[in-house]
Each structure stands twice: as C-alpha cells, then as structure tokens.
Design a protein around this ligand. Structure first.
Ligand SMILES: [Zn+2]
Length: 137
C-alpha cells in the first residue's frame, strides 16, 4: 500500500504542469487502436508505423508542458470535426432529396441553394447576398 501511494505521488509529481488527455488525444488513441486492429487482418508494415505514430503524438500531447498550443490544437480539431459533420449532414440531405430538388451554389457567396426540379430555366435571387442568376432545374 505504501508503495502504491508512493507511486501515485510520483505520477502526480510527473504530471504536474503537463497538458494531460483531451478529446483530440482520445481520438488519436482510438484511431491508433482501430488502425492496429485493421492491420491484424491486412498485415501492411506501413500501418504499424501509422498506428505507432498516432500513439506517439497522443503521448507527446499528454506529456507536453505547452498547454496553450495543445489547447489550440484541440480547438482546431473541433472546428474541423464540426465542419466535416455539417458537410456530411448536407450531403445526406441532398442525397435524400435529390429526386425532388436540384442543389447548387450561389455564384457569388457559395451558399448552398436548392430549387424544385422540373421548373426549367428561371431567374432566382440568393437569399443571403441578393445576387440574381439563372438556373436550370
Ligand atoms: Zn449568394
């Protein structure tokens, strides 16, 4: 018991001022594990390095004392993740409604717009920027 307390104290001393685990680290560890498991079947040497690299980055981030930089990386990861999630959601909606609507981007502000199919050529106005342009639906 005394040994365990000593060990716990040593670990606490070692982790003092270090960044520790966060969401990005968890994603790196789980991805590393997934790559490792996939590689049990594929047995590609490159995947061993990918898995080890993911673990090395995760451990580096946990032990890093540059907390501001690690927090920034975590935040950037979340921004990337939410934009990816939004794009995938839009894609799912487009595929679901592709028979009924035609989707296109505004030529000026790149906003995603849709128009019911079968109306032929017509002028529309972008609700976001007000640009008028012709579409064929
Ligand atoms: Zn627009």
């Amino acid at each position: 018991m005394d040994f365990l307390n000593k060990l716990r104290w040593r670990i606490q001393q070692f982790m003092q001022g270090r960044y520790g685990p966060d969401k990005l680290t968890q994603v790196l560890l789980w991805t590393g594990l997934a790559v490792y498991i996939v590689n049990l079947f594929l047995r590609w040497p490159i995947l061993v390095f990918v898995s080890l690299a993911l673990y090395a980055i995760a451990i580096f981030r946990m032990l890093s004392k540059n907390r501001a930089a690690r927090a920034k990386e975590n935040q950037q990861f979340f921004q990337f993740w939410y934009s990816l999630k939004t794009k995938l959601g839009q894609l799912r909606l487009r595929l679901k409604n592709m028979r009924e609507y035609k989707y296109f981007h505004c030529s000026q502000c790149r906003t995603m717009l849709r128009s019911r199919r079968g109306n032929g050529k017509r002028m529309i106005t972008c609700p976001k920027c007000g640009k008028q342009f012709e579409i064929k639906s």
